[in-house]
Every structure is written in structure tokens, then in C-alpha cells.
Design a protein. Structure first.
Length: 140
């Protein structure tokens, strides 16, 4: 199996990849019960080369529901009837996940509403309160 190249510096070595094929589920016909086209690709996250610690942590968070008990990433594909295309699809999913983890999220900048907006909000609340007061039964 060849390594997965994500960028020039980040790659998933072949030794970190594991591949298992099984029969795909769902409707299919006569060939569905005899051809193993579903692919399960496992990736050892610690073996990914060129990945910073922060990006590795983001990858763990992004793929939290896909991690097994040993902390390996499990990606499955049964999109096509061809095992080789399913392998490529699973490799593309891994490549996309690692690439998404490389993108550092922008820091949120705190903002405050302008004074005029706060004033409009208070005025709207007062109008609404007055409307509800007018609906009430008059006091005797």
C-alpha cells in the first residue's frame, strides 16, 4: 500500500495504514453475498508524519466518533461496486480529514453591540410591554 500524501510536509506512511475488506450491506442481487467490496481503512494517528501537536489534537477532535479503542482512525467506504475504487474513496476521506485538521481555526474577536442597537432593543421591549399592559383588564 502506498502512503497518503496530504501536503508536501504531511503524509500518512504505508506502515500506519491497515486495510480490511468485507461484504457490503444493503440490496445488491446475486453478487452481493460473494464479493468483498466494502473497505475499512485504519490509520495510526501517532504515525502520521509532519503533523504538529495542535493539528493532531484537532484531528482527534474531528474524528472522535471514528476512533476505535486503541485510538486508531477507522474509515469505511462502500460507495461503489469496485473494491479498488472504495479503497481510493477511503484514502480520500483520510486525506480530507487530515487536511481539515491542518487548518487552524480563526480566533473569535469579542464585539459589543453599538449603543444605538441597545437603545432600539430597549425601546422595542418597552413598546411590547405597553401593548401587553393595554390588553390587561382595567383595574377598578
Amino acid at each position: 500500500m502506498t502512503p497518503i500524501l496530504v501536503t508536501d510536509t504531511v503524509r500518512v506512511p504505508a506502515a500506519a495504514l491497515g486495510l480490511r475488506a468485507s461484504r457490503a450491506g444493503g440490496p445488491g442481487g446475486q453478487r452481493v453475498n460473494k464479493v468483498a467490496t466494502r473497505v475499512e481503512l485504519t490509520v495510526d494517528l501517532e504515525a502520521i508524519e509532519g503533523l504538529a501537536d495542535a493539528a493532531r489534537a484537532r484531528l482527534r477532535a474531528l474524528a472522535a466518533h471514528r476512533l476505535d479503542a486503541e485510538g486508531r482512525l477507522r474509515v469505511t467506504s462502500q460507495a461503489t461496486r469496485d473494491q479498488a475504487r472504495n479503497v481510493e474513496d477511503a484514502r480520500d476521506k483520510v486525506r480530507a480529514l487530515v487536511a481539515a485538521a491542518l487548518v487552524e481555526p480563526r480566533r473569535r474577536r469579542k464585539t459589543r453591540p453599538p449603543a444605538a442597537a441597545r437603545e432600539r432593543r430597549i425601546e422595542a421591549k418597552k413598546r411590547r410591554a405597553a401593548l401587553k399592559r393595554r390588553r390587561a383588564r382595567p383595574a377598578e
